[in-house]
Design a protein around this ligand. Structure first.
Ligand SMILES: [Cu+2]
Length: 238
């Protein structure tokens, strides 16, 4: 590794020093997973949730990465199910904005096909997946680095934080059916929970004491639920 580091000083000069052992610096064809700023390859058996991603071009000449907002909690393992619905080849690369910019320059010199765990390249009509664990909070990026594609719109923000970004959460209406304050549980008759990919139904949620204090049986509420330590929990309410 020491020799490799010496011979790849160019790549290191472009990379954050602490994460110099990222995908590229190990040399092409070497698939040893390394810790990157954006995280690490995830364990497919321990996926927290799936985000469906569509790669496509539209009639206005844009190229897009479409999905639900990529708001991810630190430590979450996501299965990105990616489908190329376009007519061109596309890729999906997870990295920092800076590293994507660096790789975009390399790609402009030579359209390289990579085989790194943080990226996948898909022919028109093809689909595949990337399983990734986001170990660090921060703003990252999903992008297609095929020359010209990024500029045509193929990049999307990936926000990793302690909590889901407030601006992007969608409130769901519901009616509180039952409160079990002692158990910290509340039964809510609710509409579809978009972020959890759940249809309208009656379900038991966790809620903390402060949240419970604002609730009454029979009350109509607008709320946000999310998985907190594996349990469906009311995280916001109005
Ligand atoms: Cu593309």
């Amino acid at each position: 590794m020491r020799n490799l580091l010496l011979t790849t000083s160019f790549a290191i000069a472009l990379s954050a020093p602490a994460f110099a052992a990222g995908t590229h610096d190990g040399g092409h064809g070497e698939t040893k997973p390394a810790a990157m700023m954006v995280g690490m390859p995830g364990d497919a058996a321990k996926v927290d949730r799936t985000i469906d991603v569509t790669l496509l071009e539209n009639d206005e000449g844009q190229m897009l990465i479409e999905s639900e907002p990529m708001n991810i909690k630190e430590g979450e393992t996501i299965r990105f199910k990616i489908t190329n619905k376009g007519e061109l080849e596309h890729e999906f690369v997870l990295d920092t904005v800076e590293r994507n910019a660096e790789h975009k320059i390399e790609m402009a010199k030579m359209d390289m096909e990579h085989d790194d765990p943080n990226r996948i390249r898909l022919d028109a009509g093809a689909s595949g997946e990337v399983v990734w664990t986001f170990a660090n909070s921060g703003t990252f990026e999903a992008a297609c680095l095929i020359p010209g594609h990024y500029e045509s719109g193929m990049h999307r923000e990936v926000a990793v934080g302690d909590q889901m970004a407030q601006a992007d959460v969608e409130y769901t209406s519901g009616t509180i059916k039952k409160i079990d304050a002692k158990a910290g549980k509340v039964t809510i008759i609710h509409g579809p929970l978009v972020n959890l990919d759940m249809p309208a139904m009656t379900m038991v949620f966790r809620a903390d004491e402060a949240m419970m204090a604002k609730m009454a049986e029979g009350q109509g509420i607008e709320f946000v639920a999310d998985r907190v330590k594996g349990k469906l929990t009311v995280t916001q309410m109005k």
